[in-house]
Design a protein around this ligand. Sequence first.
Ligand code: ADP
Length: 511
Amino acid sequence: MSQAERLTRASEILIELFRSPVPTHFFQTLGDRAGEAVPSHYLAVCLQDPEKSGYLVHSLASVDEASPAQRVFSLDEGLPGRAMSTGKPYLVDELMAEDGVDDLEGVLAAAGLRAVLVVPIRRGLEMLGALLFAARPPIRYGDDDLQIAQLLASGLSAALETSLAYQGASDERSTLGAVLASTADAVLMQNPAGLILLANAAVRPMLGLAPESITGRPLLEAIDYAPLRDLFVAGREGISDLPLPDGRIAQASLVRVTTPFGEPVGVAVILRDITLLKNMEQMKNDFVNTVSHDLKGPITVICGLADLMRMAGPGHPALVERCQGIRDTAQHMADLVTGLLDIGKIEAGLDSAREPVDLVATIGEALRMVKPRAEPKNIELLVELPDEAIVSAVGIRLRQALINLIDNGVKYTPAGGRVTVVAARSVLADGGEMVTVRVTDTGIGIAAKDLSHVFDKFYRVKSRATRDIAGTGLGLAITRTIVEACGGRIRVDSVEGSGTTFTLELPLARS
Ligand code: ADP
C-alpha cells in the first residue's frame, strides 16, 4: 500500500474516532481499523494513571499468547515507559525477551513478535501515554509507519480531550439535574421563543402543575395562573412576592439566563415558599404592637398622675391616692415584664432541667400561696387529691402554673364563692399513667366567643364583670407553655355567669 493510501486510511480512522466521545469507542475503532494504516499483530494503548506514577496497558488487538499483565507499570519499565519519560518514539527491529520486562516485551517476544513501534500520546506538554504496535517478521517498522502512528496518536489525544470535556459537561449536567430535582424551590425557565425549557419537580407541589406535561409547551398556554404569567410577561429582573394558587406566599426571583458569550438562553423564575416566614413576621409585628401598647398605657398613667401631684402641690388631699395609683400602675408594668421574660425563658427552653415532682404537694403549696387572697373575699378553697402523683417537671414552674389557675378562680369569682381543686390518676391504653387536675370555680364564667382566646398572650376578656379586675393577660399563656413543656395538655370549659373549669392532663413519670 502506498504511503498516500495509508494516509487516506489514517484520516478515515481519525474521522471515525470523533463519531462518539466515549473512550471505549476510540479503542474499538483503533482495534478494528488501525491495522489498515499501520500493519501489526498486536496493538496496545498505554495510558498513564491519574497520579502519573505509572501506566496501564490496554490491549486492543492481540495475538493469542501476547497478553501483558493487568497491572500498573512504572514509568521506567518497558518501551512505552521510556517513550512517556523521554517524549520520543521508539522503533525496534529485533525484540528479544531479555530486552524488556517480562510482563510486557517479554510476553510479546515470547509470542514471536519482533518489530515494535512506540509513539507517545501527548496533549500539549502533558504526557497522556503511548501507542504500541508490534508485529511478527517479516514486518519491520520504518519512518513511514512512524509518521502514521504519530498521526493516529495525535488523533487519539484530541479525541481523549474531547471525551474529558464531554464527561465534565455531562457530570455537571447530572449534578445540576439532581440539585434541581431535589430542591424545594420551584424553577421554571422559558426560552426566547416562549417555550418552557425547564420545570423541576417542585413545580407540582407549589403550583399544582405536572412538570412533564408543561415542559416544551408555550408558557402562556401551559400556565393559566395569572400572577405567574404576568411575572414572565413583565420579564423584570429582581425579587418580588408572589401569592400562590393555594393561598401560600412565595418569593419569586426572575433572572435572565445567558451563555458565557452573552447569548440569551431564556428567563428563569425561582419560587421559594416563604409563607412561614411571612406568618412569623406578622406574629412578631402583632406581638410588638401589643407589647408596646400594653406598656405604653401604664407609663402614660404614671406620667399623668405625677404631673397632677406636681401641679396640686405637696399638701393636696388626693396625694396618698395618687401615690397609690402610681404604685399600682408600676406594679402592673413590672408584672407584664416578668410575665414576658417568663414566657421567653420557658419557650426558649432556658429553664432548669425537669425532675420528678410530686404534683399533690405542689398543689398544696399553690393553695397556701393563694389562700391570703381568698380569705378576704370569703371564698372557700376545697381539695380532693390522691396520695401522690409524681410528674416530670420544673418544680417552681409547675407551682406557678397551678397558682395562676387557682388565683384566677379566686380573682374571677365574686365574694362568697368556691374554688375546688380535684386531682385523679388514671391508666392509659399503653400502660402508662396520667393525672388529671380540675380547677373549678363558681365565678363569672367566660363567654363562648372568648373561650378559644384566653390562652393567647395579652388576651383579657373585656366585660362589665372584668372591668375592675387587674391582670396582664399573660397568666394563662404562661400556664399553657409550662403544661406543654411537661408533655401535658390544658383546656377550659365555662358557662358564662355560673363558673369555669380548667382541666390539666399530665403524664405521670414512669418509675
Ligand atoms: P389575667 O392576668 O388577665 O388574669 P390570664 O391569662 O390569667 O390573664 O387570663 C386571661 C383572661 O381569661 C382573663 O383576663 C379573664 O378574662 C379570663 N379568665 C381566666 N381565668 C378565668 C376564670 N377562672 N374565670 C373567668 N375568666 C377567666
